[in-house]
Design a protein around this ligand. Structure first.
Ligand code: SAH
Length: 223
């Protein structure tokens, strides 16, 4: 390895050096919070979360905390997003559907872990903002759709993984389970007595559901 091939961090602009430091720190926090998947931790380091939050909250972007993103919605805390990404067991070549684009941050992480992400948001203004955020982060393998995500997105189905960042009522939406490829996984918060993540796995025509951790997401609002 020639010495001149190495880019010293001193040669990088301060903005990028700052992100590297804060990204490394956040990834360490998430590892302490129980995130084990190295690809997920690398994606957390690499996706600039500061580009996905409103300007006046940028100073908080690299803290492990949820933040308001407008339209009464929030970007989830990074440890929640990271643990959800980990549960989908992505290896890099998957087609992924993401329900509830919000800021686009969760979709951005999923895009680093898979081949392509389709992400649906019902609020057109949030979807427009998310597109700007993804463009600023130079992420190209995410397609945004405006619509009701409880019905999934049949045009690009089936999916190897489906992620929802808003809570379904009572059970995982049947349309989403129906758009899973064989071997595919659906992760969705479900409201019952309390709110839990539910992971559905399809094997051929069989669906198995596992009820996992308690979470707190806004409701999925069907049209
Ligand atoms: N994943 C987002 C945060 C999600 S907040 C991020 O990384 O920032 C939940 C989002 O789900 C909100 O933006 C809300 O408008 C959206 N939502 C609620 N019901 C929906 C539905 N039926 N279809 C699509 N999006 C929905």
């Amino acid at each position: 390895m020639g010495r001149q091939a190495t880019v010293s961090s001193r040669d990088l602009p301060e903005e990028i050096r700052g992100r590297r430091r804060t990204g490394d720190r956040l990834a360490e926090d998430l590892a302490s919070a129980g995130v084990r998947d190295h690809r997920v931790l690398a994606a957390v380091r690499e996706v600039p979360r500061d580009l996905f939050v409103p300007d006046h909250l940028r100073h908080l972007a690299w803290h492990d905390t949820p933040l308001p993103i407008g339209a009464g919605q929030t970007i989830s805390a990074p440890h929640v997003v990271a643990l959800m990404c980990e549960l989908l067991e992505l290896s890099g070549d998957e087609r992924v559907l993401d329900v509830g684009t919000g800021s686009g941050y969760h979709a951005a992480l999923l895009s680093r872990l898979s081949h392509h992400v389709w992400s649906i948001e019902r609020e057109p203004e949030l979807s427009r903002q998310a597109q700007d955020n993804l463009d600023a982060a130079r992420i190209k393998n995410v397609t945004l759709i405006v619509g009701d995500g409880t019905r999934g997105h049949l045009e690009a189905a089936p999916y190897d993984a489906i992620n929802a960042a808003a809570a379904a009522s009572g059970a995982p939406p049947t349309d989403l389970e129906g758009q899973l490829a064989s071997g595919g996984r659906l992760l969705v918060p479900v409201d019952g007595y309390d709110q839990r993540l539910v992971l559905t796995r399809r094997t051929g025509d069989d669906l198995t559901r596992r009820v996992l951790d308690p979470v707190s997401f806004v409701p999925l609002r069907p049209d």
